[in-house]
Design a protein around this ligand. Structure first.
Ligand code: TRP
Ligand code: SF4
Length: 409
């Protein structure tokens, strides 16, 4: 059965995440990330963007493809159920403030912090045919930090491979606050801001701060933050002081975000490896149903099951991974028993997942139709999203420039 995507405590806290424009998405992308985004948008204020500049960090030789890839991907976002009236959907390069923040953060980020990010060396080794010795590629996690910090999210939903990037983001935010959020009489100013919380909230705030700083109590920072963020009577600078006071001794201008780890079952490709465009083993989200049936018919099964009468082992079969995503308990038990006893054949075994996948894809195709027929709709959606994102970005950059004393003209 489909697992419920991760839920989080404390609704209505902002979420930011991005995706490189790889073109049309496949079922692995859907079950690995997109489905989770769709669920999150109903509980949180969400900003989702196309990381088109990120595509250039590894593919600067082929920029001509980015536009079409971007369009195809957005159609799949909408087909999956992302709702532009609920979430803000936008394009990174249309918000030039991302580049400005990236540049300013680059001034304070030690190069070894970037060289230490695991994906830096991994990707260079894995993608030997590409030239990844550029400044842009080294700085790519910092661009990601700018993408995130711009919107001051509480959470960044990402997979395991992106966790180190969010950690870098937290460190960069702390360094920024330490450098530019210090004030001569910070403690006194922060105490004065705490008074503005009123007697009851003020007392709770001090207690949470004490529990965090003296006892390292998990959750105390979260609770304190919530109290501050939800408080209507604070000026921005007071809010920044209190957020910083909770954890340290400087204003919190850029807010260190938390990772919201997306836990996903392994989603197998047709050859049994992880589903990935680079392996050519995918089923597209808008694949033709006949093609789905054909592809699944020849999908890899337990190699030990040569004849219909040979028993098999689901754990060695990628079709079983599909059953884990798509089938209910009863069907799963039927597979376990039928495979190990040779009571069912592989063709039979594939039938229920084939049916579920065809149904899922038909839903995507149905929803995508109006956007395929009217490219103008997609353009309008992005234009509106860009505008909304830009408003937030402008505000953050005003604060950043002010904190850095760059607001001189
Ligand atoms: N680096 C991410 C990836 O390759 C994409 C990305 C760019 C991102 N900026 C982001 C993800 C900000 C989350 C938040 O998948
Ligand atoms: Fe795989 Fe099902 Fe065949 Fe077993 S019966 S090998 S689980 S396809």
């Amino acid at each position: 059965m489909d697992k419920e995507p991760v839920k989080t405590a404390g609704a209505s806290k902002r979420i930011v995440s991005g995706m490189r424009p790889t073109g049309g998405l496949h079922l692995g992308n859907y079950h690995g990330a997109l489905k989770n985004w769709v669920a999150l948008q109903h509980e949180h204020e969400c900003f989702f963007f196309v990381a088109d500049w990120h595509a250039l960090t590894t593919d600067y030789e082929n920029p001509a493809r980015v536009g079409d890839n971007l369009h195809e991907m957005i159609v799949d976002w909408l087909a999956a159920g992302l709702d532009a009236s609920v979430s803000t959907l936008f394009v990174q390069s249309r918000i030039p403030e991302h580049a400005e923040l990236h540049l300013l953060l680059s001034m304070i980020t030690p190069v070894p912090w970037l060289e230490r990010v695991p994906s830096y060396k991994n990707q260079q080794q894995k993608l030997k045919e590409k030239d990844l010795s550029t400044f842009g590629f080294l700085g790519y996690p910092l661009l990601q930090s700018a993408d995130i910090l711009m919107y001051k999210p509480a959470w960044v939903p990402v997979g395991e491979d992106q966790v180190a990037h969010v950690e870098l983001t937290r460190e960069v935010a702390r360094r920024f606050n330490h450098l530019y959020g210090r004030e001569a009489d910070f403690e006194r100013q922060a105490e004065r801001a705490a008074e503005r919380l009123g007697a009851a909230d003020g007392a709770s705030f001090r207690e949470l701060r004490r529990r965090h700083q003296e006892q390292g109590e998990a959750g105390a920072v979260e609770a304190g933050r919530k109290l501050i963020v939800n408080h209507a009577g604070l000026r921005l600078v007071e809010r920044e002081r209190l957020l910083g006071y909770l954890e340290g001794s400087s204003r919190s201008i850029l807010v260190p975000p938390e990772v919201l780890l997306t836990k996903t079952p392994k989603f197998p490709g047709l050859d049994g490896q992880k589903m990935s465009k680079s392996y050519g083993n995918t089923i597209a989200m808008r694949e033709d149903p006949d093609a789905v049936v054909r592809k699944l018919r020849t999908m890899q099964t337990d190699p030990a099951r040569v004849r219909r009468t040979d028993p098999g082992e689901p754990e060695k079969c990628p079709v079983w991974d599909l059953h884990k995503v798509y089938s209910d308990t009863e069907t799963q038990e039927w597979v376990q028993w039928g495979c190990r006893s040779a009571g069912i054949g592989c063709v039979e075994c594939k039938a229920p997942v084939t049916e579920r996948i065809v149904a899922e894809i038909s839903g995507f195709r149905e929803r995508a139709r109006e956007y395929e027929a009217n490219p103008g709709y997609v353009r309008d959606i992005l234009a509106r999203g860009n505008e909304r994102a830009r408003e937030v970005a402008r505000t953050t950059m005003d604060e950043v420039r002010e904190a850095m004393r760059l607001d001189y003209v």
